[in-house]
Ligand binder design. Structure first.
Ligand code: ATP
Ligand code: MG
Length: 348
């Protein structure tokens, strides 16, 4: 669970600092809209930090995964471009890190068949994140893709033999499936060798940031504040955020999730402690809290937004980054597929 992952996170941190070359990161976001503050504090921030520590980093844009909870991938090109721009703006450097799209790497889909054979329907059915996403989905029928996408993610991560996955809390059950797939593959086919590593999750200090309605901030739930929002848009969204009737501001995530998530947001942006922020606002009420959050967010994001505007002027950069990233991952994933064929006695 979350607390185990957080405890392990402290150990991982030591190991990474000692020898960043031992680690390879793969993580990503669905191209379903612009990245938001939940992404930023949940995982993006960690991606940049790991890259800058010298960990080889892969950022996947899982375009097929858009179809888990919708019939058509509307605005796909636009959203993929937005994600690339968001990553460049926060400091992912395409010369050191690799950004790629799922659909451009056929080997990912070929890894899926043997991997699907390694998990049971019962295991897929009890994944709590998939259940939650089904509950929030606009579709009435649950597709095979919805049920199996955690296995696709296993193929994504294992295709480059990544061993570290910086993610938000919702991804922990998926990581467990990836570890299961890796372990079972090694047991069944490895003949004593480790074909795949068992990747570990790396949670941030904000593994589940709530949106303006008090539920998980998500691109698809209309409750998010995009990194690329304007300062005015940000102010409007925060003004409309749900709070409660109590005037005194406290930090109590379990008892007062809406107010506490605003307090946390200010603290994360200011680099301070949420209890300090709450104490300073005291009896100021929701209006003072919201003003403080707005200022903190807009100040923190100003340089990121400025960099993003500069990259937006040159759309060719998006194509160049993806072309290079896709070529690199195709080479690695083809080699992994060859390892899989060899292990399964299917290299004729
Ligand atoms: P969608 O609504 O389309 O599912 P999303 O906002 O949930 O979009 P994803 O692309 O599913 O975003 O998630 C990408 C990554 O960001 C994952 O590692 C996920 O854990 C993390 N993440 C997303 N939302 C949050 C959040 N509110 N708090 C912390 N981490 C988050
Ligand atoms: Mg999601």
């Amino acid at each position: 669970g979350t607390s185990a992952a957080q405890a392990r996170g402290a150990e991982l941190e030591q190991l990474i600092r000692k020898d960043p070359g031992q680690f390879r990161v793969l993580t990503g976001d669905r191209p379903t809209g612009r990245l938001h503050l939940g992404h930023y504090f949940g995982t993006l921030h960690n991606r940049v930090r790991l890259q800058d520590l010298g960990v080889e980093t892969f950022v996947l844009i899982p375009d097929y995964q858009v179809l888990t909870d919708r019939d058509v991938a509307e605005h796909l090109q636009e959203y993929v471009a937005e994600l690339v721009l968001d990553h460049l703006a926060i400091g992912i450097d395409p010369d050191r890190s690799t950004i790629f799209t799922h659909s451009a790497v056929p080997a990912l889909n070929q890894l899926l068949l043997p991997f699907l054979s390694l998990v049971s329907v019962a295991e897929l059915n009890r994944n709590p994140t998939v259940k939650d996403e089904i509950a929030h989905s606009r579709q009435s029928a649950v597709s095979g893709l919805m049920l199996t996408y955690p296995v696709h993610q296993a193929a994504d991560i294992l295709s480059v033999k990544a061993n570290l996955v910086p993610v938000g809390q919702d991804q922990l059950p998926h990581l467990e499936i990836t570890r299961t797939v890796a372990r079972r593959f090694n047991d069944r086919y490895g003949r004593g060798t480790e074909v795949f590593p068992q990747p570990e999750a790396l949670l941030s200090d904000a593994p589940l940031l709530l949106g303006t309605d008090g539920t998980k901030m998500s691109k698809s739930r209309g409750n998010s504040i995009a990194l690329s929002a304007t300062a005015d848009e940000t102010a409007r969204l925060i003004r409309g955020a749900r709070t409660d009737a109590e005037r005194r501001i406290t930090y109590d995530p379990a008892g007062r999730p809406e107010v506490s998530s605003l307090v946390l947001l200010a603290a994360l942006c200011e680099g301070t402690d949420p209890h300090t922020v709450a104490g300073e606002i005291g009896d100021g009420g929701a209006a003072v809290l919201k003003k403080r959050v707005t200022e903190a967010v807009n100040t923190h994001l100003a340089p990121i937004r400025a960099r993003r505007t500069a990259y937006e002027r040159d759309r060719q950069v998006v194509r160049d980054v993806l072309r290079a990233g896709n070529a690199r991952v195709n080479a690695l994933a083809d080699a992994t597929l060859q390892d899989v064929r060899a292990a399964m006695n299917a290299d004729y």
